[in-house]
Design a protein around this ligand. Structure first.
Ligand SMILES: [Zn+2]
Ligand SMILES: [Zn+2]
Length: 319
């Protein structure tokens, strides 16, 4: 659905805004999207029966855990809380480091990711949201279709979100544009680095092969599905203690794997907040990393939640 003539109301005077979509994704980037989404996915499916008895050693598990943690935090702390929502300010080297770590999750180049996600918040669960599970209605059939679309179908949409409209700040930053253009390089690094490390540490070619499979392909796809679950499951199932304008929900079973992102109801109620798991016992590993970054002086002006603000959001939810 194209919304080129759309007008956003910005107060007293309506203002013409840039179109929702930019130029469509080219043929080769589209082919690459299929390869680098479906390739790791096939490996993940194959991993289920292969877990027992096919080359999964402690080194593979350690490398997979390391790359999973680094790239997941690159997305949650970097792409999401910092670049999309500006929950804190960062030094230049932290800014570039987070952009690279997030790129290595293979969830698309940084400006595409941020533009899509800002659009998600602007239109959450309404027309224009790139990945709402409610896009086709709320009958059982529509929800199955919506779940698939919100989870992974939308990734293949060639109508890219217009970054000039949704992420002009990133397009104006030379370092970030460079990391964006280097996406092919970071794709290669994230897949090859585990193989090189696995080969060197085990000093065997077989060690490189199994590390490539487990800590490269399987790890990439596993994180894809955890991230996409925030878009699909966390807009369908869970609790809604805070006032948000959409169907976002807190879904506790994913709190650790998503590193705090599944406290998604609070996030939509207060998008710039640096901590999503705000209640007692709500583990939020990403917020803990931001806390460390602040202690080191690399992150400043962190938007931590205040009791008063949270009480207001809860009050509005129950009203
Ligand atoms: Zn959401
Ligand atoms: Zn967000």
């Amino acid at each position: 659905m194209e919304m080129t003539a759309e007008v956003e109301n910005t107060g007293t005077r309506p203002r013409e805004v840039r179109p929702l979509h930019g130029p469509p994704r080219g043929t080769w980037p589209q082919v690459a999207t299929y390869i680098f989404i479906l390739g790791p996915f096939i490996a993940l499916l194959a991993a289920v029966p292969l877990t027992w008895g096919w080359g999964l050693g402690w080194l593979d598990i350690a490398l997979a855990a390391f790359f999973y943690t680094a790239t997941c935090l690159g997305v949650t702390v970097g792409f999401h809380r910092y670049f999309t929502h500006r929950a804190f300010k960062a030094t230049r080297s932290l800014r570039v480091g987070l952009a690279i770590a997030g790129s290595m999750a293979l969830q698309g180049p940084i400006t595409h990711w941020v533009a899509d996600h800002r659009r998600h918040h602007a239109f959450s669960d309404r027309d224009g949201d790139p990945h709402s599970p409610w896009a086709f209605g709320s009958s059982p059939v529509a929800l199955v279709k919506g779940f698939w679309h919100a989870h992974m179908g939308w990734v293949f949409d060639r109508n890219l979100t217009n970054a000039e409209r949704f992420a002009p700040d990133l397009l104006a930053d030379r370092d970030i544009v460079r990391v964006h253009r280097q996406f092919g390089l970071w794709t290669a690094v994230t897949l090859i680095a585990p193989a090189v490390l696995g080969g060197l540490i085990s000093w065997s070619l077989w060690g490189a092969v199994t590390a490539f499979f487990w800590a490269g392909l399987v790890r990439v796809s596993f994180l894809h599905h955890v991230t996409w679950s925030v878009n699909s499951i966390c807009h369908m199932i869970g609790s809604r203690p805070f006032a948000a304008r959409d169907r976002s929900a807190n879904f506790w079973p994913l709190a650790i794997l998503s590193m705090g992102e599944s406290w998604h109801n609070l996030h939509h109620a207060d998008p710039t907040c640096a901590r999503h798991g705000v209640k007692r016992g709500q583990i939020d590993i990403s917020a803990r990393l931001i806390w460390f970054l602040e202690k080191f002086g690399w992150a400043t002006d962190v938007r931590w939640p205040t009791p008063k603000r949270l009480a207001n959001l809860e009050k509005r939810a129950s009203a």
